[in-house]
Design a protein around this ligand. Structure first.
Ligand SMILES: [Mg+2]
Length: 261
Protein backbone atom coordinates (compact mmCIF):
# COMPACT_ATOMS: atom_id res chain seq x y z
CA UNK A 1 0.00 0.00 0.00
CA UNK A 2 3.07 2.25 0.27
CA UNK A 3 2.85 3.22 -3.38
CA UNK A 4 -0.67 4.55 -2.76
CA UNK A 5 0.60 7.15 -0.26
CA UNK A 6 2.24 8.99 -3.18
CA UNK A 7 -0.92 9.06 -5.29
CA UNK A 8 -2.41 12.56 -5.63
CA UNK A 9 -5.81 11.88 -7.26
CA UNK A 10 -8.16 9.04 -6.28
CA UNK A 11 -10.92 8.53 -8.82
CA UNK A 12 -13.91 6.44 -7.88
CA UNK A 13 -16.46 4.59 -9.92
CA UNK A 14 -19.88 4.95 -8.29
CA UNK A 15 -22.33 2.01 -8.36
CA UNK A 16 -20.82 -1.00 -6.63
CA UNK A 17 -17.84 1.04 -5.44
CA UNK A 18 -19.16 3.81 -3.16
CA UNK A 19 -22.92 3.23 -3.42
CA UNK A 20 -25.58 0.77 -4.50
CA UNK A 21 -28.45 2.65 -6.12
CA UNK A 22 -29.43 5.48 -3.77
CA UNK A 23 -27.66 4.03 -0.72
CA UNK A 24 -24.00 4.67 0.17
CA UNK A 25 -21.96 1.55 0.93
CA UNK A 26 -21.08 1.22 4.61
CA UNK A 27 -18.33 3.65 5.61
CA UNK A 28 -17.71 4.85 2.03
CA UNK A 29 -18.65 8.51 2.62
CA UNK A 30 -16.45 8.64 5.74
CA UNK A 31 -13.57 7.14 3.72
CA UNK A 32 -13.99 9.87 1.08
CA UNK A 33 -13.88 12.51 3.84
CA UNK A 34 -10.74 10.97 5.37
CA UNK A 35 -8.94 10.89 2.02
CA UNK A 36 -9.95 14.52 1.35
CA UNK A 37 -8.67 15.57 4.80
CA UNK A 38 -5.37 13.83 4.07
CA UNK A 39 -4.99 16.18 1.10
CA UNK A 40 -5.86 13.66 -1.60
CA UNK A 41 -7.92 14.91 -4.51
CA UNK A 42 -11.06 12.80 -4.89
CA UNK A 43 -13.20 12.49 -8.02
CA UNK A 44 -16.14 10.46 -9.29
CA UNK A 45 -16.05 8.99 -12.77
CA UNK A 46 -19.15 7.31 -14.13
CA UNK A 47 -19.86 5.80 -17.52
CA UNK A 48 -23.58 6.41 -17.00
CA UNK A 49 -24.48 9.04 -19.61
CA UNK A 50 -28.21 9.12 -18.83
CA UNK A 51 -27.83 11.77 -16.12
CA UNK A 52 -26.01 15.09 -15.89
CA UNK A 53 -23.24 16.14 -13.54
CA UNK A 54 -25.61 18.18 -11.36
CA UNK A 55 -27.74 15.11 -10.68
CA UNK A 56 -24.66 13.16 -9.59
CA UNK A 57 -23.52 16.06 -7.43
CA UNK A 58 -26.87 16.10 -5.64
CA UNK A 59 -26.82 12.34 -5.24
CA UNK A 60 -23.36 12.26 -3.66
CA UNK A 61 -24.27 15.14 -1.35
CA UNK A 62 -27.50 13.34 -0.36
CA UNK A 63 -25.43 10.28 0.51
CA UNK A 64 -23.30 12.38 2.88
CA UNK A 65 -20.14 13.60 1.13
CA UNK A 66 -19.82 17.32 0.46
CA UNK A 67 -18.78 17.05 -3.20
CA UNK A 68 -18.08 19.98 -5.53
CA UNK A 69 -19.22 20.09 -9.15
CA UNK A 70 -15.60 19.82 -10.42
CA UNK A 71 -15.34 16.41 -8.77
CA UNK A 72 -17.95 14.85 -11.06
CA UNK A 73 -17.04 13.35 -14.44
CA UNK A 74 -19.48 11.49 -16.70
CA UNK A 75 -18.95 9.81 -20.06
CA UNK A 76 -21.46 12.34 -21.43
CA UNK A 77 -19.16 15.24 -20.49
CA UNK A 78 -16.15 13.46 -22.00
CA UNK A 79 -18.13 12.78 -25.20
CA UNK A 80 -19.18 16.43 -25.48
CA UNK A 81 -15.54 17.49 -25.18
CA UNK A 82 -14.45 14.81 -27.67
CA UNK A 83 -17.02 16.04 -30.22
CA UNK A 84 -16.09 19.69 -29.84
CA UNK A 85 -12.34 18.98 -30.07
CA UNK A 86 -12.18 16.28 -32.72
CA UNK A 87 -15.35 16.85 -34.74
CA UNK A 88 -16.03 20.61 -34.53
CA UNK A 89 -18.98 21.98 -36.51
CA UNK A 90 -20.43 18.49 -36.97
CA UNK A 91 -24.14 18.09 -36.20
CA UNK A 92 -25.17 15.22 -33.94
CA UNK A 93 -28.17 12.97 -33.52
CA UNK A 94 -28.22 11.76 -29.91
CA UNK A 95 -29.67 8.42 -28.91
CA UNK A 96 -29.77 9.63 -25.35
CA UNK A 97 -31.74 11.50 -22.71
CA UNK A 98 -32.83 15.16 -22.89
CA UNK A 99 -30.33 15.81 -20.11
CA UNK A 100 -27.45 14.58 -22.28
CA UNK A 101 -28.70 16.58 -25.29
CA UNK A 102 -28.60 19.68 -23.09
CA UNK A 103 -25.03 18.85 -22.02
CA UNK A 104 -24.04 18.76 -25.71
CA UNK A 105 -25.86 22.02 -26.47
CA UNK A 106 -23.99 23.64 -23.56
CA UNK A 107 -20.76 22.75 -25.39
CA UNK A 108 -22.08 24.52 -28.50
CA UNK A 109 -22.80 21.28 -30.38
CA UNK A 110 -25.65 21.30 -32.91
CA UNK A 111 -28.13 18.63 -31.85
CA UNK A 112 -30.56 17.29 -34.48
CA UNK A 113 -33.99 15.74 -33.92
CA UNK A 114 -35.86 12.71 -35.31
CA UNK A 115 -36.33 13.02 -39.08
CA UNK A 116 -33.28 15.30 -39.53
CA UNK A 117 -29.97 14.28 -41.05
CA UNK A 118 -26.82 14.63 -38.93
CA UNK A 119 -23.06 14.18 -39.40
CA UNK A 120 -22.68 11.92 -36.36
CA UNK A 121 -24.78 9.66 -34.20
CA UNK A 122 -24.01 9.40 -30.50
CA UNK A 123 -25.22 6.29 -28.71
CA UNK A 124 -25.64 6.83 -24.96
CA UNK A 125 -27.51 5.15 -22.10
CA UNK A 126 -30.97 6.21 -23.22
CA UNK A 127 -33.51 5.64 -20.46
CA UNK A 128 -35.98 7.65 -22.61
CA UNK A 129 -35.56 5.36 -25.63
CA UNK A 130 -38.41 5.02 -28.13
CA UNK A 131 -38.60 2.88 -31.27
CA UNK A 132 -38.66 6.05 -33.42
CA UNK A 133 -35.39 7.27 -31.88
CA UNK A 134 -33.76 3.87 -32.29
CA UNK A 135 -34.89 3.56 -35.92
CA UNK A 136 -33.64 7.05 -36.80
CA UNK A 137 -30.26 6.31 -35.24
CA UNK A 138 -29.83 2.92 -36.96
CA UNK A 139 -30.89 4.50 -40.24
CA UNK A 140 -28.22 7.25 -40.04
CA UNK A 141 -25.56 4.78 -38.92
CA UNK A 142 -26.56 2.46 -41.79
CA UNK A 143 -26.03 5.40 -44.18
CA UNK A 144 -22.44 5.68 -42.98
CA UNK A 145 -22.60 8.63 -40.57
CA UNK A 146 -19.86 8.83 -37.89
CA UNK A 147 -20.90 6.61 -35.01
CA UNK A 148 -19.75 7.35 -31.45
CA UNK A 149 -20.72 5.60 -28.21
CA UNK A 150 -20.45 7.26 -24.83
CA UNK A 151 -19.44 3.99 -23.11
CA UNK A 152 -19.43 0.21 -23.63
CA UNK A 153 -21.20 -1.19 -20.53
CA UNK A 154 -23.71 -3.93 -21.32
CA UNK A 155 -25.85 -3.44 -18.24
CA UNK A 156 -26.49 -0.87 -15.53
CA UNK A 157 -27.26 -2.37 -12.11
CA UNK A 158 -30.51 -1.31 -10.43
CA UNK A 159 -32.54 -2.46 -7.41
CA UNK A 160 -35.00 -4.15 -9.78
CA UNK A 161 -32.34 -5.94 -11.85
CA UNK A 162 -29.85 -5.21 -14.60
CA UNK A 163 -30.94 -2.56 -17.12
CA UNK A 164 -29.88 -2.86 -20.79
CA UNK A 165 -27.18 -0.22 -21.24
CA UNK A 166 -25.34 1.31 -24.22
CA UNK A 167 -23.30 -1.85 -24.88
CA UNK A 168 -26.49 -3.88 -25.26
CA UNK A 169 -27.85 -1.28 -27.73
CA UNK A 170 -24.55 -1.48 -29.59
CA UNK A 171 -25.20 -5.20 -30.15
CA UNK A 172 -28.70 -4.41 -31.40
CA UNK A 173 -27.34 -1.84 -33.87
CA UNK A 174 -24.65 -4.27 -35.04
CA UNK A 175 -27.34 -6.89 -35.74
CA UNK A 176 -29.33 -4.26 -37.66
CA UNK A 177 -26.67 -2.83 -39.98
CA UNK A 178 -23.37 -4.52 -39.18
CA UNK A 179 -21.68 -1.46 -37.68
CA UNK A 180 -19.84 -1.02 -34.41
CA UNK A 181 -18.90 2.46 -33.10
CA UNK A 182 -16.01 4.30 -34.73
CA UNK A 183 -15.10 5.63 -31.28
CA UNK A 184 -16.10 4.65 -27.75
CA UNK A 185 -15.39 7.44 -25.27
CA UNK A 186 -16.00 6.09 -21.74
CA UNK A 187 -14.03 3.76 -19.48
CA UNK A 188 -11.85 1.80 -20.39
CA UNK A 189 -11.00 3.87 -23.48
CA UNK A 190 -8.51 6.66 -24.02
CA UNK A 191 -10.86 9.64 -24.71
CA UNK A 192 -12.23 9.37 -21.17
CA UNK A 193 -8.69 9.19 -19.76
CA UNK A 194 -7.66 12.28 -21.74
CA UNK A 195 -10.65 14.13 -20.34
CA UNK A 196 -9.77 13.07 -16.79
CA UNK A 197 -6.07 14.01 -17.06
CA UNK A 198 -7.00 17.42 -18.54
CA UNK A 199 -9.69 18.02 -15.94
CA UNK A 200 -7.30 17.42 -13.04
CA UNK A 201 -4.14 18.68 -14.82
CA UNK A 202 -2.43 15.51 -13.70
CA UNK A 203 -0.22 12.74 -15.08
CA UNK A 204 -1.41 9.12 -15.08
CA UNK A 205 1.23 7.99 -12.56
CA UNK A 206 -0.31 10.33 -9.97
CA UNK A 207 -3.81 8.85 -10.37
CA UNK A 208 -5.44 5.73 -8.90
CA UNK A 209 -8.69 4.42 -10.30
CA UNK A 210 -10.96 2.56 -7.87
CA UNK A 211 -13.83 0.46 -9.21
CA UNK A 212 -15.80 -2.80 -9.05
CA UNK A 213 -15.91 -3.81 -12.74
CA UNK A 214 -12.96 -5.50 -14.44
CA UNK A 215 -13.69 -4.79 -18.11
CA UNK A 216 -14.35 -1.07 -17.58
CA UNK A 217 -12.83 0.27 -14.32
CA UNK A 218 -9.74 -1.89 -13.96
CA UNK A 219 -9.06 -2.05 -17.69
CA UNK A 220 -9.35 1.77 -17.72
CA UNK A 221 -6.52 1.99 -15.18
CA UNK A 222 -4.38 -0.53 -17.05
CA UNK A 223 -4.93 0.92 -20.55
CA UNK A 224 -4.16 4.45 -19.44
CA UNK A 225 -1.26 3.79 -17.04
CA UNK A 226 -3.05 4.67 -13.80
CA UNK A 227 -2.83 2.55 -10.65
CA UNK A 228 -5.86 0.24 -10.64
CA UNK A 229 -7.70 -0.78 -7.48
CA UNK A 230 -10.49 -3.38 -7.53
CA UNK A 231 -13.05 -3.40 -4.73
CA UNK A 232 -15.14 -6.51 -4.05
CA UNK A 233 -18.31 -4.63 -3.04
CA UNK A 234 -19.93 -4.72 -6.50
CA UNK A 235 -19.92 -6.83 -9.61
CA UNK A 236 -16.65 -8.76 -9.31
CA UNK A 237 -16.21 -11.78 -7.05
CA UNK A 238 -12.84 -13.37 -6.20
CA UNK A 239 -13.80 -16.29 -8.44
CA UNK A 240 -14.41 -13.94 -11.39
CA UNK A 241 -11.08 -12.21 -10.68
CA UNK A 242 -9.17 -15.51 -10.68
CA UNK A 243 -10.65 -16.50 -14.03
CA UNK A 244 -10.00 -13.09 -15.62
CA UNK A 245 -7.06 -11.88 -17.70
CA UNK A 246 -7.52 -8.39 -16.22
CA UNK A 247 -5.16 -7.97 -13.25
CA UNK A 248 -5.65 -4.97 -10.94
CA UNK A 249 -2.67 -3.55 -9.03
CA UNK A 250 -4.59 -3.84 -5.75
CA UNK A 251 -7.63 -5.83 -4.62
CA UNK A 252 -9.51 -4.49 -1.58
CA UNK A 253 -12.55 -5.78 0.29
CA UNK A 254 -14.00 -2.26 0.11
CA UNK A 255 -12.94 1.37 -0.35
CA UNK A 256 -12.66 1.59 3.45
CA UNK A 257 -9.24 -0.11 3.32
CA UNK A 258 -7.98 3.13 1.72
CA UNK A 259 -8.29 4.83 5.14
CA UNK A 260 -4.99 3.16 6.07
CA UNK A 261 -2.88 4.95 3.50
MG1 LIG B 1 -19.51 0.06 -10.83
Amino acid sequence: MDKLKKIDVFLFDMDGTINMGEEPLEGAMETLRILTEKGKRVGFVTNNSSKGKKEYLQKIRRMGYDAKIEQIITSGMATAQYLSRHLPYKSVYVLGTDCLKQEFKDYGIEVKEIGEDADCVVLAFDTELTYEKLFHATNLIGKGRIYIATHPDFVCPSEEGDMPDAGACMALIEKTNGRMPDVIVGKPYQPMAEFVFDHYSVNPEDVAFVGDRLYTDIQFGINNKMTSILVLTGETTLEMLHKSDVHPDYVLESVNELRKI
